[in-house]
Design a protein around this ligand. Structure first.
Ligand code: FES
Ligand SMILES: [Fe+2]
Length: 330
């Protein structure tokens, strides 16, 4: 996993007031909880005293209490009480629990996965998804590395095969391009735009990306923001969004959202969003069946796979991923 990035790991509503949530993300056991003001905290799920899972403890007045010897920690991870030493005893700094910077917006929770920095880069979310859009989410576990799940969402060659009876109907097996451009490519933000030009095979050769109009007159079909956020720009009032939360090297939690802004009536809106989400799930399960069988489970530049021109976006993704890994994982 690329370090020094903000990763979406959960939805906000998964961390309920007054409850501890133990979960595995980024290959590590984490505990998330809220203090009395609702402020979110994410800590390594391991007590600095003798290694017990803090998520098995309880919340006492907005602090987490370890179930083993009752040490208490505040949301910054500072140990505030060692009961065996008495409540007046000072607590040495060494009892600090490891914490991760968190950020909440759009109903998602991000954590900063990397070195501590005085000023962290801003968190990105697609500006084109405005407050007028409502959504429903479906969560699904995939037994593969998040890089494979992402690659699949950048793969336009699979559409008429994996999705022959859903979004890939129409036998558009010939792949022109696709065209990939970086909307932003900086140390703080890597945002990729992708235009799809699949068509029915009429005997003419596919056009290379360089032969396509480099300034397409329409918004991109797909957008991907490193390290783990993607959207399918179906129309101005309809989007499918996926956040790929890494669980560990072989597992990913997919957060699939169906966004729309054509219906605003509260109950009706929820019903429609729910059906939209269900459609998402059906399509996503078609992908899952195939992608989970890919070997190796993690993508990379040198997997020995034989690629074709239509795999262009996958290659662009792998190159950038490799570059970021080299820059950040030393
Ligand atoms: S292991 Fe947590 S207080 Fe002892
Ligand atoms: Fe797919």
């Amino acid at each position: 996993m690329i370090r020094n990035q903000w990763y979406i790991i959960l939805e906000s509503n998964e961390v309920k007031p007054g409850k501890l949530l133990g979960t595995t993300r980024m290959g590590e056991k984490l505990v998330l909880w809220r203090d009395l003001d609702g402020k979110l905290s994410c800590m390594k799920d391991q007590c600095p005293h003798r290694g017990v899972a803090l998520s098995c403890g309880k919340l006492i007045e907005g602090q987490i209490q370890c179930p083993f010897h009752g040490f208490q920690f505040n949301s910054a991870g500072n140990c505030t009480l060692i009961p065996a030493n008495g409540k007046k005893a000072a607590v040495p700094k060494a009892f600090q629990a490891a914490t991760y910077p968190t950020y909440e917006d759009q109903g998602f929770i991000w954590i900063w996965w990397g070195e501590p920095r005085e000023k962290l880069p801003p968190v990105y979310f697609f500006e084109s998804i405005g407050a007028d859009m409502s959504y429903a989410t479906i969560k699904d576990h995939w037994a593969t590395h998040y890089s494979r799940a992402i690659e699949n969402q950048l793969d336009v060659v699979h559409l008429p095969f994996v999705h022959h009876n859903t979004i890939g109907r129409g036998n558009r097996t010939l792949v022109d391009g696709p065209l990939v451009q970086w909307e932003c490519e900086t140390p703080e933000l890597n945002l990729m735009n992708l235009w799809v030009y699949n068509r029915v095979d009429d005997g003419t050769p596919p056009r290379k990306a360089s032969q396509l109009n480099q300034q397409p007159p329409r918004v991109p079909s797909l957008q991907f923001c490193f390290p783990n956020l993607w959207q399918n720009w179906i129309s101005p009032d309809l989007r499918v969004l996926v956040a790929f939360a890494p669980i560990d090297e072989e597992n990913t939690m997919m957060y699939l959202r169906w966004y729309q802004s054509f219906l605003h009536t509260p109950v009706l809106r929820q019903i429609v969003n729910w059906f939209g989400s269900l459609a998402n799930l059906i399509i996503e399960r078609q992908d899952k069946r195939v992608v989970q069988t890919q070997q190796p489970k993690r993508s990379g530049l040198h997997t020995g796979e034989q690629l074709i021109a239509g795999d262009g976006p996958v290659i662009v993704y792998r190159r950038k991923r490799e570059e970021l890994l080299q820059q950040n994982n030393g």
